[in-house]
Design a protein around this ligand. Sequence first.
Ligand SMILES: C[S@@+](CC[C@H](N)C(=O)[O-])C[C@H]1O[C@@H](n2cnc3c(N)ncnc32)[C@H](O)[C@@H]1O
Length: 217
Amino acid sequence: MTAEGAGALRSNVAHWRALQDADYFENHQCYGGLKAFGRDATDTLARFLSLRPDMQVAVVGCGYGRDTLQIAPQVAHVYGIDVSARILTKAHRFLEEHGVRNFTPVLAELWRDGIPDGIDLVFSIVVMQHLTRDLVRDYFAGFARKLAPGGSMVIQFLESRGYGQQDAELATYEPSVNWTCWDIMDLAEAVGLQAEIRTDRVAETALWHWGHFRRPA
Ligand SMILES: C[S@@+](CC[C@H](N)C(=O)[O-])C[C@H]1O[C@@H](n2cnc3c(N)ncnc32)[C@H](O)[C@@H]1O
């Protein structure tokens, strides 16, 4: 990574830490607090694979644990990665209050050491669009090596018309980065994963591309 890329990466993480320090989820118009809502995680995963009780799972950008709450009861363990101790503490508390005991919080800057090898599934929703491209590539390169044979990643990307054309480090509030299907295919190929993409139109101007990336068994 270039020095410029490393600087952009640090500023992206610092930006998200500041958003979390200002209680991002509690003040966000869609989240409106730390509460269980939606079945995006398990409904989406069911389109690609079946969860198993022996699975080791990593959730990138776990937030306060909304996705983990859906996944954790059906698998052996979930590692949740996010930017600060503050948001990870909220996730731990939220999940414990809802009876989840198989969750380990992992700081984003320490994720390579904090996540063991042999991961069966990596899940992420509404996160890649908020990261610099370098940061996304770093997660893919690292997880391609940590995946168990036959393991996979189910990751959502945003492609929008109008809003979201700028690079993450230039945005002032929620950084937003567009990924086309070809960008996603190239990303998978670069790290040696097989890719399948399914696209949903989630708003007038927004597509969600769900990538299912597999390490051959
Ligand atoms: C829009 S929220 C989505 C949270 C969760 N996936 C959900 O849908 O409820 C984006 C999350 O990504 C986290 N995030 C930002 N930069 C990150 C990074 N470099 N590594 C991991 N998570 C990051 C943010 O702190 C935030 O919790």
